[in-house]
Design a protein. Structure first.
Length: 380
């Protein structure tokens, strides 16, 4: 048999599959109407288990696993369609719709903004890229910034989330599980690390170098060349520069921004010592309330999924089916829950798209916990 003839047979089978799939989804809509009238839940787990056993028994033995995968996906799509028809997504969709309608058209120029560290920190530079006239308040830790937002001490907070060289800031992702906040904007900041010391100090005099652990990781190649030098992590790159300036010592230096050189009266012993020249850190701007500004084309979510095979696949398949691009996937262990994880997703999709609205309704039904963190745009 020729290839073209085989392909013709597949085309005819596919035509029939499409017709039957549409018919099956129409019946699912009728089931939704019946359940709505009778006040029944969408999920009938016993029925799905029995149906899955039945179709597997009818399939050839060598195709039983594939049949189970196919029908599990069909069940998911059927439930999603029924949920939409029953209006199960209305609460979140209404919240998002209200935020779009009630958020002012322009991102504020002035605001009280919480930053981690001290003056000169990269968080401050990111803040000033987001706001024209920010009133910055400095806190000693990332957790204190989240708390300042929750308690209403500041309107916004600026937090580093990931670096193009060193990867994710795990401490921040862990804090995101414990705090109530929304993301309203993000910004990418080019990061150039410099070795700073007090005036008159020479590079060969240095015995200790201070900086944040992310900066240390980003400059690992340079630091390996500094023989006999102890590298000491601290809370913030600007804090490291301030400590060196106030130390009175001639054998210490800091990996910090060029802005800190003038701010703390230091000199640069070595400029741009990061391993990769194209070094960017992404910061998120958080608030207590949901604000969605015009042009929002990125959405962040957190989800706890059932601890069973295929849970993550079911989520990813929704993104694929709706043509939504996944641009970030992060997982963090949940404290006191062995081998269970919180998944963090960044999606590239317009908040005004019908596909976005559909997705928001579908994801809640397949997760144990679902957190919509916000929809926003990114400043580059």
């Amino acid at each position: 048999m020729e290839l073209q003839e085989l392909r013709g047979r597949i085309d005819r089978i596919d035509d029939e599959l499409v017709r039957l799939f549409a018919e099956r989804m129409d019946v699912a809509a009728e089931v939704a109407a019946y359940k709505k009238e009778k006040g029944l839940p969408v999920l009938d787990a016993a029925r799905e288990r029995a149906k899955l056993r039945d179709v597997m028994e009818k399939a050839p033995e060598e195709l039983q696993e594939q049949t189970a995968a196919l029908y599990s996906l069909l069940f998911e799509m059927s439930r999603a369609r029924q949920s939409r028809l029953l209006g199960g997504d209305s609460a979140l969709v209404e919240e998002i719709t209200d935020a779009i309608a009630n958020t002012v058209p322009l991102f504020p120029e002035k605001a009280a903004v919480a930053c981690q560290g001290v003056e000169g920190a990269y968080s401050q530079l990111a803040c000033e890229k987001l706001f024209r006239l920010p009133n910055e308040f400095y806190f000693s830790s990332f957790e204190a910034v989240f708390s300042a937002i929750e308690q209403g001490l500041c309107d916004y907070g600026v937090i580093p989330l990931e670096n193009s060289t060193a990867g994710s800031v795990n401490k921040v992702y862990d804090l995101m599980m414990r705090h109530d906040f929304r993301i309203v904007r993000s910004v990418r900041l080019k990061v150039d690390h410099n070795l700073l010391a007090r005036p008159g100090v020479k590079l060969e005099d240095i015995r200790e170098i201070y900086s944040h652990e992310q900066a240390i990781h980003q400059c690992s190649g340079f630091l390996q060349q500094c023989k006999g030098v102890k590298v000491i992590p601290c809370e913030n790159t600007a804090q490291a520069a301030k400590m060196v300036a106030q130390s009175g010592r001639c054998d210490v230096a800091a990996l910090s921004s060029r802005a800190c050189m003038g701010l703390y009266g230091l000199q640069c012993l070595a400029a741009d010592v990061q391993d990769v020249g194209n070094n960017f850190t992404r910061f998120i701007c958080i608030s207590k309330n949901l604000e969605i500004y015009p042009g929002a084309d990125r959405t962040s979510l957190m989800m706890v999924l059932p601890h069973e095979p295929g849970s993550l696949y079911k989520v990813l398949s929704r993104f694929y089916a709706l043509g939504i691009n996944l641009i970030k996937l992060e997982s963090r262990p949940i404290p006191e829950r062995n081998f269970e994880f919180m998944f963090y997703f960044d999606l590239e999709t317009s908040v005004y798209s019908p596909r976005f609205t559909q997705l928001m309704g579908e994801l809640q039904s397949i997760s144990e916990q679902f957190s919509y963190l916000g929809s926003y745009s990114e400043v580059v």
